[in-house]
Design a protein. Structure first.
Length: 160
């Protein structure tokens, strides 16, 4: 579970650090500034101030915060409720994770960075997750800008 002390600055930006995921894998997740502001607002409203305070807690129908943390089941119910409000009949928390990964990839995110974000040990797992396929028609090595006329340039790059 994420505690206030998991929110830290890394390389001039906010991140949730040292998350323990499935299989005991530890990862750090960068956090956009608007997410940090929203979390700060929640911490104020929920009265969570201590470093060990769990950030995500249950809120009853009256709006009162209760309990020390939320469970996976609570996350599932929240996703289902908001999906229903949007008219989406089938949506699971893992669909949101997969969608985030695809949006990152579609917006030019590097496969290795998405691997870190998801906490995958193997980049092959991330590639399968994203449905990556090798494209022969538009091969990535066609964009290198080298050919028979650039042999001298290539020799100098390799030599340095």
């Amino acid at each position: 579970m994420v505690s206030v002390d998991h929110l830290q600055r890394r390389e001039d930006r906010w991140a949730i650090v040292d998350l323990v995921g499935k299989g005991g894998h530890i990862r750090t997740v960068p956090m956009p500034e608007w997410v940090k502001q929203t979390v700060d607002e929640w911490l104020t409203v929920a009265g969570i101030a201590t470093a060990q305070g769990k950030i995500f807690r249950c809120v009853c129908r009256t709006g009162a915060v209760w309990g020390a943390r939320i469970t996976e089941k609570v996350v599932w119910h929240v996703v289902k409720e908001y999906a229903g409000r949007l008219g989406v009949s089938k949506l699971a928390p893992h669909d949101l994770r997969r969608s985030c990964a695809r949006f990152c990839h579609d917006s030019g995110g590097e496969l290795e960075q998405i691997q870190f974000l998801l906490g995958h040990v193997s980049v092959q797992t991330t590639a399968k997750y994203l449905g990556c396929k090798q494209r022969f028609r538009h091969a990535v090595n066609d964009r290198l800008g080298i050919g028979p006329d650039s042999c001298e340039t290539l020799k100098s790059v390799v030599a340095s």
